[in-house]
Design a protein around this ligand. Sequence first.
Ligand SMILES: [Zn+2]
Length: 283
Amino acid sequence: MRIFDPHIHMTSRTTDDYERMAAAGVRAVVEPAFWLGQPRTSAATFVDYFDSLIGWEPFRAGQFGVRHHATVALNPKEANDPRCHPVLDLLPRYLDKDGVVAVGEIGYDSMTPAEDAAFAAQLALAVGHDLPALVHTPHRDKARGVERSLAVVTESGIDPGRVLVDHLNEVTVKLVRDTGCWLGFSIYPDTKMTPGRMVELLKTYGTERMLVNSAADWGRSDPLLTRATGEAMLLAGFTDDDVDRVLWRNPVEFYGQSGRLDLGDLDTPAATFAGNSILRGGE
Ligand SMILES: [Zn+2]
């Protein structure tokens, strides 16, 4: 089973995770920029964060045979903090980088006017830079959040086929299914979707434009739930080809629209990054 996790925050994970993911078949990941769990105090700290998303983290992933790409954005939660707004002016420089395959994650957290403004501005950046967009949907008041997100997407003029609407469930899948957008599902250990519930959705809605991710981060989460979902699909009678479509070909097709997805030569990692290896001391 080859697996592409289209949404995972590897910066918050350990090398043990990379080893277990590689052993489970995860060959590629996309890491969206998001918040750190505590507020950033200035836009300057995003510079170091984005630099690590396109520098150190891809290098670290490569040591385990995992290809790493990133999406960059001002995340919905921090769109509410005026200290972070200047990051919008930094984004164009990162959206031109090779390892950046979409604008994201953008969208709504609490559906405030500040989030409206950041969401629309960043969809415009996606259009301007000819990149796909990864849209986070709120964890509270989900249906209204998805409806409003879809309205903003339509208003932006971006091609819906270049938009991935993420963190969907049984209720919100219905709202997105016929919009032309791609559908993302985050499988968590004890909240939101489970592998079993995901399989039921795939039975109902099919495999087209459906993406499964672990969204693993600094909270309780499990980077192997993509694999568990693939196994649950097989047990439920889906074919190897169905699993490959959901866990590999769909994310490749979606992020491939950036023109920057590089999945060649996963077996020859770089020796060092900026003079450092993952062995302490740089040897
Ligand atoms: Zn996320």
